[in-house]
Write a new protein. Structure first.
Length: 497
């Protein structure tokens, strides 16, 4: 997902309305803001599609529709073939949207009702149907228009947000426009960057409409986009006389019968991400394969929690969960890890066992563990469904953080990082090729290594999540998204660090 945006701050719909009101209060009339939005969108359209055979603008009744009418008028002024398809009759339009409609009418823009309009078969479509205030599924006639836009198979420019997408959560309750390009006005909306947002908004461009900087004091968003360049400074250069003991000892605990590869991937990623020492506690039958693949890793075969316990005097940090399974052996491993008091990175079945509340009592509260759930694991931790998690990923990641006092990475498109007292970080790097087994194991190893080298859990979570996603982007450039394997990321960790 390509993003052109200067500010890392991400806003809800309510916060954006506050910014809009502040801009108007600063002396910019509302109709002037609408004209700036229409102009910015028109300029972007011609920059991406210089000679469109036709511009078809689908307009709703609100200010989003007004932006569309302005764009259509500007196109007509410059003799670009343009038409408007109206979802709301002209006599129902009010305020600035009515003024924008009259401007388009004055410029001779052809208009027709959606009920009598045919699907465009050439040029570019502009989605100006529904704005950021949508909370439920679009009404029937708007859903039909959205389906028509998608069925046309033409490039689509969405104004502010693809119609049908929730600006706050990135969730979709019904039909949603699949845009090629989205221009977000004044501020980037956080729903564009997580959940279904990355899949439907295409390239994202931010246009601040030249509102005064003081406008942005009107809202205090709690979500921020994070990027690798601003986080790499968290790892200081290594001293010339450094030794392996300076960079921590990560122990990966996992690899129940048949799942040794998961623990190995986590350990190998930890080694590549800079841990001074890396060991694995796993089922004895996996030891030979681990040593053959990566002799730098210290591999220990354990058959019980009792055998694991003395080994826990050595590590700086434990990564528990890759390939852990749900057997009695698995439960003993997690029980001993929690009992050790060491910092923990918990993933996969470690989280599933934790959610059951038997092995680790729900009353246990720590400030030194990091969870990395995908939506189904997050749902188990919260006692809800995965669909409910995806309906509001921001609320879900915050709820897990609060319930367990943990630093949390909620994985998925637009991974979210929540830590006590911090803004929620949104990771916008990464690609669909990451939807394959083992990716979470590699992430866990990276997180363990960064923490072992002295980063706080929140810093390790933010840097690790972005590092993981960026490595996947580099790897996909070489092997393609469809062929991407989790281990393909590991060589790129050194390049990025």
């Amino acid at each position: 997902m390509k993003i052109t945006a200067s500010s890392p701050l991400l806003y809800t719909a309510a916060e954006t309305y506050a910014l809009d009101a502040a801009a108007i209060a600063s002396g910019i009339p509302s109709i002037q803001l609408m004209k700036r939005a229409g102009r910015a969108a028109y300029d972007l359209l011609l920059a991406r599609f210089p000679v469109p055979a036709q511009v078809t603008v689908y307009c709703g009744a609100g200010k989003n529709g007004g932006d569309g009418y302005i764009l259509a008028a500007l196109a007509a002024q410059r003799l670009v073939p343009v038409q408007v398809i109206q979802l709301t009759p002209a006599d129902k339009l009010t305020g600035e949207t009515r003024q924008a409609y009259e401007f388009a009418l004055q410029e001779g823009v052809p208009m027709q009702d959606f009920a009598s309009a045919s699907q465009p078969d050439d040029g570019v479509i502009v989605d100006a149907l529904l704005g950021i205030g949508l909370r439920d599924a679009p009404r029937a006639e708007f859903a039909a228009a959205i389906e028509q836009i998608n069925a046309a198979g033409l490039p689509v420019l969405a104004l502010d947000i693809p119609s049908g997408l929730n600006a706050d959560t990135g969730a979709v309750a019904g039909a949603v426009v699949s845009a090629t390009l989205t221009i977000s006005f004044i501020a980037a909306k956080r729903g564009l960057l997580t959940g279904r947002g990355p899949a439907v908004c295409g390239e994202l461009v931010l246009a601040n409409l030249d509102v005064p900087e003081t406008t942005y004091t009107a809202a205090s968003p709690n979500a921020v986009r994070v990027q690798l360049g601003e986080l790499q400074c968290l790892l200081a250069p290594r001293a010339a006389d450094a030794h392996k003991g300076d960079f921590g000892h990560v122990m990966v605990i996992g690899g129940d019968t048949g799942y040794g590869g998961a623990a190995l991937m986590a350990a190998e990623a930890a080694a590549r991400a800079g841990a001074g020492l890396v060991s694995i506690a796993t089922r004895p039958e996996h030891i030979a394969a681990i040593l053959a693949r990566r002799p730098e890793i210290m591999a220990c075969g354990v058959v019980s929690g009792q055998e694991l316990e003395p080994l826990l005097a050595r590590p700086t940090l434990l990564v528990v969960g890759p390939g852990l399974g749900r057997s009695p052996w698995s439960e003993q491993m997690l029980q001993q890890a929690v009992k050790s008091g060491l910092p923990l990175v918990l993933d996969a079945d470690a989280l599933n066992i934790l959610a059951e509340g038997r092995v680790v009592p729900a009353s246990v509260k720590r400030d030194n563990w990091l969870f990395t759930p995908h939506p189904a694991e997050a749902a188990r931790l919260l006692g809800i469904t995965a669909a409910e998690v995806q309906a509001d990923r921001f609320a879900a990641v915050q709820a897990i953080q609060t319930r367990y006092n943990a630093t949390v990475i909620l994985k998925g498109a637009g991974s979210l990082v929540a830590a006590k007292g911090d803004n929620i970080a949104v990771v916008t790097d990464g690609n669909p090729g990451m939807a394959t087994g083992g990716m979470g194991d590699v992430l866990s190893g990276i997180l363990g290594a960064l923490t072992a080298q002295g980063l706080s859990l929140p810093d390790a979570a933010r840097l690790g999540a972005v590092l993981h996603a960026c490595a996947a982007d580099l790897a996909a450039e070489d092997v393609g998204q469809r062929s991407l394997l989790a281990t393909d990321l590991i060589p790129y960790l050194g390049e990025l660090l």
